[in-house]
Every structure is written in C-alpha cells, then in structure tokens.
Design a protein around this ligand. Structure first.
Ligand code: 4NP
Length: 152
C-alpha cells in the first residue's frame, strides 16, 4: 500500500480537494490518500462549502471529510507528503526528525512545474472562481502523481 498525504493550512479548502481528486484517480486497494492542515483552526470541520461544491461539479464527493492537524507521526504513516504552498512546506519540514522524514516532503505543483516552487494559492478569502482555479491546478498535479505512481 502506497500512502500519500496532502497538506495545507486549514485542511478545509485545498488539501481536502487534493485528497478527493487524487483518490478518484487511484485504485483504493493499492493506495491510501489522506489530508491534514498545519494549523489547528478547523480540527473536526467539514471541508469549506465552496470546495465541496467544486468537487461535486467534477463528480467527486468530499463532504464527509473531517479536518485534522498534521502530526509528527504522519512522517511514519505516509510515503509522500505534498504541501500546497511553500509556507506549509517549510512548516512541515520544521517538524521533520530525520533526513528520511525530510525526503518525503514535496511541493505539489513541482510535480507539473519542476523546481518552480509555485504555490497553490489559498482561496479562503476570495470567491468561488478561486476554488475553480485551485481545482484545475490540483487536477493537473494529481493526474501527474497518479500516472507516476501507477506506471512504477
Ligand atoms: P486551506 O485554506 O489552508 O486551503 O484549508 C484556509 C482555510 C482556513 C484558513 C486559512 C486558509 N483560516 O485562516 O481559517
């Protein structure tokens, strides 16, 4: 079983979408996909209504997901940890205990724009179009991740 963790700040906008999108592209018998936030604001909360709506438009149901905070044991439980932006990437790396922990962390858009260090922008304070844009970026990145994982 290959295990992938998606991480943003609140675990209600970007990372639940990334979780739902990647899960939709992989067989669940071989892959586990989860998400978490580096902050504690939304522990136990459902995803933002706008993320739920954008996912629904594409036939993906994320309404049952619940926010949780990233924890150090996630380094043991997951093979690859994708950060949605550089700030979260740096916050996750601060918790890494070993070079092996460190090596599991990647910036998700580097999957499609290698070494470019692009962020998935935080859509929380904007309108619904920001969520559509985030969906498009994450769909491209997750397509690439799924292709790489399944061609191994
Ligand atoms: P996310 O978006 O990190 O994509 O889940 C945010 C959600 C909530 C907040 C910030 C970003 N907040 O400040 O509450």
């Amino acid at each position: 079983m290959t295990k992938i963790l998606m991480v943003c700040l609140g675990n209600i906008c970007r990372s639940p979408l990334a979780e739902g999108i990647l899960r939709s592209k992989l067989p669940n018998t071989l892959f586990k996909v989860d998400s978490a936030g580096t902050a504690s604001y939304h522990i136990g909360s459902a995803p933002d209504k706008r993320s739920i709506a954008v996912a629904n438009k594409h036939g993906i149901n994320i309404s049952q997901l619940k926010g949780r905070q990233f924890e150090v044991s996630d380094f043991d439980r997951f093979d690859t940890i994708y950060a949605m932006d550089l700030s979260n990437y740096n916050n996750i790396l601060e918790l890494a205990r070993t070079p092996n922990d460190h090596s599991k962390v990647r910036l998700i858009l580097n999957e499609i724009y290698p070494d470019a260090q692009h962020d998935v922008p935080d859509p929380y304070y904007g309108g619904i179009s920001g969520f559509d844009d985030v969906y498009k970026m994450l769909d491209l990145a997750c397509e690439s991740i799924a292709n790489n994982l399944t061609s191994k």
